[in-house]
Write a protein that binds this ligand. Structure first.
Ligand code: ADP
Ligand code: MG
Length: 611
């Protein structure tokens, strides 16, 4: 075939492919146009998941009669005039492509009236060609009906997913934009049935209820960065030069999903896809969620328009940040702080807002002081306990309540102080596995292994942050033999192991001599502990250094923790509960399982038929 310039029609069909991939892209582009036009009401009508009809009506600025045809030309936009404008985009649209692209692959009817026009104009296009134009009576705003999508691009038509998938994608777009614009009243109608609507009250809470239902919405935690105090040297610190704010809502660790679909990100009011920022949210839940489960987050990032490039792809959902690391840090920190500040205790039959309620002023004040003095008692007692629950690190590195934490660098566990648990009285142990306590409102059952894992993990991390991990020398040393591949793995990580308290030397081919172990492992078999660590390293390839260390620390804490089936004395139980009180995230073990469950007085009364 000889080289030829494509016909205008074919060229627009090809270009259209990038902008309108499927019916939901039409919904997205038209909603964005309505938002840019300043609409306060947007009605979306969809038939057969958008394949038959997508109609969007708004009460925005409208398109002047004299410009209506122009709006459907490629690269025609009212939002951008000079190349300087491209450096700081303040509108959702700017490429002037959407209307042309949609028109090229569908039949369009548009009715629009701008404020200054006395009447509306109705225009019909078929495959991008004008078929009629009339003057009609119409309120200010725009109604665009898109029918027979992809009628002239059979290849695209073939690739559409099932109507349920396409419908879900449309729902996703509409709900996302509703979340980002609570002051706009959205209504989505599917095959003549209203499937979603918001009231346009301006309250994000109202939209959360509309999207997630009252039960889930009630549990969501508002991201509160107000508490944040930045120190000068922190890389994540937004400065006057780079002011970045992170707001929105995140789910408590008790809400989790099998995939990342519940993490929604907006930058300056634009919904974006960004793997790295999604990961920042997930990472903020480190050790709080069961493995393989993902949280819910609706994250709004605002920053100066010139700090973000939205002109990356025609669909405008990918962006580039000028300071990507700073944004990553800001998101992760904001989410983490919200979680640390408020995480609920699992209760029997339901979730209670444990810390929320117990944080009432009287309670919290009493709690801090008592927890403190009781801990001193405990430290005294723990020395005499035959099960060594005390932790041999200097007392000043202990993560205590009321500690000034501004000097602590941001780390997986920001040291914010303040106990998340009520004071509890030990009642006893059941099944040699669970500690029963009484709190201000009923009973608590504590999983001794999970709780101890959490305690050791936080203490270990605190010590690690201060380079104060205690190490216990082994008088004779212990020889460990490994398979060649495991030996290589261990040899690669010797340096890092030494930072967390191991001292291991090469001792012949595939053999090592363990000279010291982290102090919490002192009373355990070093060979078995090391073997467990190497087994962990072998499973799942974690390429990141930080992750390897975290994995090893988790294993060390798991190994050192009291097991289920171990009988504890009251003193030991006391010690454990006091230490759990001092934890930042006492409600879950580092793997995300609950450490304690709550049976409230009301629940007891209900169970016994008293109410
Ligand atoms: P872009 O949004 O990138 O400018 P579009 O092709 O989506 O490109 O729209 C072209 C132009 O048509 C817009 O710049 C705007 O002036 C006008 N327009 C489109 N939709 C609307 C609407 N709903 N209300 C008012 N004007 C609109
Ligand atoms: Mg547009």
């Amino acid at each position: 075939m000889s080289i030829q310039v494509l016909s205008e029609q074919l060229a627009s069909q090809i270009a259209a492919g990038e902008v309108v991939e499927r019916p939901s892209s039409v919904v997205k582009e038209l909603i964005e146009n309505a938002i840019d036009a300043g609409a306060t009401t947007i009605n979306i009508d969809v038939r057969e998941s958008g394949q038959q009809l997508v109609q969007i009506a708004d009460n925005g600025a409208g398109i002047p009669a004299s410009e209506l045809e122009t709006a459907f030309l490629r690269h025609a936009t009212s939002k951008l005039h000079t190349s300087d404008d491209l450096n700081a985009i303040h509108t959702l649209g700017f490429r002037g492509e959407a209307l042309a692209a949609i028109a090229a692959v569908s039949k369009i009817t548009v009715v629009s009236r701008a404020e200054k026009d006395t009447a509306g104009t109705r225009l019909e296009l078929d495959g991008g060609f004008k078929t009629s134009r009339d003057t009609v009576g119409a309120p200010q705003g725009t109604v665009i009906a898109v029918e027979n999508l992809f009628f002239n691009t059979p290849a695209r038509l073939k690739f559409l997913k099932s109507t349920t998938t396409e419908k879900r994608l449309i729902d996703e777009f509409v709900t996302r934009y509703a979340l980002a614009y609570p002051a706009i009243r959205f209504r989505l109608v599917h095959n003549n049935r209203i499937t979603f609507q918001t009231n346009g009250s301006g309250s994000l809470r109202d939209v959360l209820v509309a999207v997630y239902g009252p039960e889930t919405a009630r549990q969501l935690l508002e991201i509160d960065t107000g508490k944040e105090k930045h120190s000068e040297e922190e890389a994540v610190t937004p400065s006057p030069r780079h002011p970045v704010t992170v707001s929105g809502y995140v789910g408590p660790p008790s809400l989790h999903w099998a995939n990342r679909s519940q993490i929604t990100l907006f930058v300056n009011g634009r919904w974006i896809k960004d793997n790295s920022l999604t990961y920042a949210v997930i990472q903020a839940y480190h050790t709080l969620l069961p493995t393989g489960r993902y949280p819910l987050g609706i994250i709004f990032i605002t920053m100066p328009a010139e700090e973000v490039d939205v002109n990356v792809h025609p669909a405008k959902t990918e962006v580039r940040f000028r300071h990507a690391n700073m944004i990553f840090g800001a998101v992760q920190k904001a989410v983490r702080q919200t979680l640390v500040a408020d995480s609920p205790i699992r209760s029997v039959g339901a979730w209670t807002v444990g810390s929320g309620e117990s944080a009432s002023p009287g309670w919290a004040g009493a709690l801090d002081q008592t927890a403190f003095s009781r801990r001193e008692d405990w430290e005294h007692q723990a020395g005499q306990s035959h099960l060594d629950l005390s932790w041999p690190i200097p007392a000043e590195t202990y993560p205590a309540a009321n500690v000034d934490t501004n000097s602590t660098p941001a780390a997986p566990l920001a040291n914010l102080g303040g106990s998340k648990l009520p004071i509890m009285r030990i009642i006893g142990q059941v099944g040699a596995s669970y500690i029963i306590t009484e709190g201000p409102d009923g009973l608590f059952l504590i999983d001794q292994h999970a709780a101890h894992e959490r305690i050791l993990y936080e203490q270990f991390m605190a010590a690690r942050q201060n380079d104060a991990v205690a190490s216990q020398g082994l008088v004779a040393g212990t020889a460990v033999h490994l398979s060649p591949s495991q030996a290589t793995l261990l040899a690669e990580n010797l340096d890092m192991l030494s930072q967390i308290g191991f001292q291991i030397e090469l001792f012949g081919p595939n053999a090592f001599m363990v000279r010291a172990v982290p102090a919490i492992l002192a009373k355990l078999d070093p060979a078995r502990a090391l073997q467990a660590i190497v087994d962990d390293l072998e499973q799942g390839n974690t390429p990141l250094e930080g992750q390897i260390e975290a994995k090893i620390i988790l294993r060390v804490c798991k190994t050192a923790a009291v097991k289920a089936g171990q009988t504890l004395t009251t003193t030991e139980m006391e010690a454990m509960v006091r230490q759990l009180e001092a934890c930042q995230s006492p409600h879950t073990c580092p793997h995300g399982r609950p450490t304690l469950i709550h049976l409230s007085v009301a629940q007891l009364a209900k169970e016994f038929g008293r109410i």
